[in-house]
Design a protein around this ligand. Structure first.
Ligand code: UFG
Length: 320
């Protein structure tokens, strides 16, 4: 298929673009490089460096079989400080994309959604039927886009799939996580092992969990990317399907730090700090629907393996 990958110079987008190209698809990346990196675009893949809002009509006029839409603002804290950046940047841009898809008859869409659409869960593991009550602007904008996609798919016959990611981690060779502003646990802990930070702050140890720290479902970025390939194959015209992507396994902040110590051999000093606002105690996915309907099965579920891939990537960046 000829596929447009928006945000394909970012972390998840670049891994997906690489896996799609390796599977024989013709891939074009559209990215404004506001947070992505030109050298994260896989070899042989064309990069259109532009703002989606400026060029999406002209790009889709070339004729595409589908779009994988990753381009977005994704910092929870920033979304609380600067909501307009997220409502315009995420929702406004997604609507421009949907309008252009309708105008040019682009038949398929796979959208990068998030567990943040659920907010504080009533029960874990979280299934797609759980109430959606986002606790931050980032999650609210992704949920709004999901609602828009449902309507566009039904009215215009688009085959649409939203994938709700839990905590994405790991790397795929030269494709990995390198944010200018890093807020995610694993990259921050690895920066301590690298000597770039003195210690990691553990945001709260008084949660109702076994060791008092927050529990999350860490999913390897390659397993995540492979779900996108399956989603493309299983999308149905006029339907919007939603799938959670996680391993169904929960690891605490302390367990993640221990795994990083084991992988890096570094003592990684950690200090308990106050809770971070908006952090639910436990977020673990039920990905049964993806397993049953997409035939997806995550294969890199071991936490140390996920951390090892992230660590190899981190060190390769240091050597550059
Ligand atoms: N944490 C620390 N210290 C740090 C960084 C994080 O203790 O320096 C803790 C957080 O409080 C949280 C856990 O580590 O309990 C994981 O935090 P991340 O920031 O890595 O990830 P989140 O669970 O906050 O967020 C992830 C995605 C979001 C998505 C959310 C869905 O990164 O995009 O899951 O719940 F919205």
């Amino acid at each position: 298929m000829k596929l447009l990958v928006t945000g394909g110079a970012g972390y998840v987008g670049s891994v997906c673009a690489a896996r799609l190209a390796e599977s024989g698809h013709e891939v074009v990346v559209l990215d404004d490089l506001s947070t992505g990196h030109a050298d994260a675009v896989p070899d042989g893949v064309r990069l259109v460096e532009a703002d989606i809002n400026d060029v999406i009509g002209d790009v889709l006029a070339e004729g595409y079989d589908g779009v994988l839409h990753f381009a977005a603002k994704s910092l929870v804290g920033e979304s609380q400080q600067e909501p307009a950046k997220y409502w315009h940047g995420n929702v406004g841009t997604a609507l421009a994309l949907l309008d252009a898809m309708v105008e040019h008859g682009t038949p398929r869409l796979v959208f990068s959604s998030t567990a943040a659409t659920y907010g504080e869960p009533d029960a874990v593991p979280i299934a797609e039927t759980a109430p959606t009550r986002p606790t931050n602007t980032y999650g609210a904008t992704k949920l709004a886009i999901d609602h828009a996609i449902t309507g566009y798919a039904r009215s215009h016959g688009i085959s649409a799939v939203s994938l709700r990611y839990f905590n994405v981690a790991g790397a795929y060779g030269r494709f990995g996580e390198r944010h200018t502003t890093e807020t995610h646990l694993i990259p921050i802990v690895l920066q301590v092992a690298q000597g770039k930070r003195d210690q990691v702050a553990v945001y709260g140890d008084d949660y109702p969990t076994e060791d008092g720290t927050c529990v999350r479902d860490y999913i390897h970025v390659v397993d995540l990317a492979d779900a996108h390939l399956k989603a493309l194959d299983h999308a149905e015209a006029g339907e919007h399907r939603i799938y959670n992507l996680g391993n169904g396994l929960g690891f605490s902040v302390r367990q993640v730090i221990d795994a990083c110590r084991e992988v890096t051999g570094h003592p990684i000093p950690a200090e308990v700090s106050p809770r971070r606002s908006g952090d639910p105690a436990v977020l673990v996915a039920s990905a049964e629907r993806a397993r049953t309907e997409l035939g997806w099965k995550p294969e890199r579920v071991e936490l140390t393996g996920i951390v090892r891939d992230a660590w190899e990537f981190t060190r390769s960046q240091e050597a550059r």
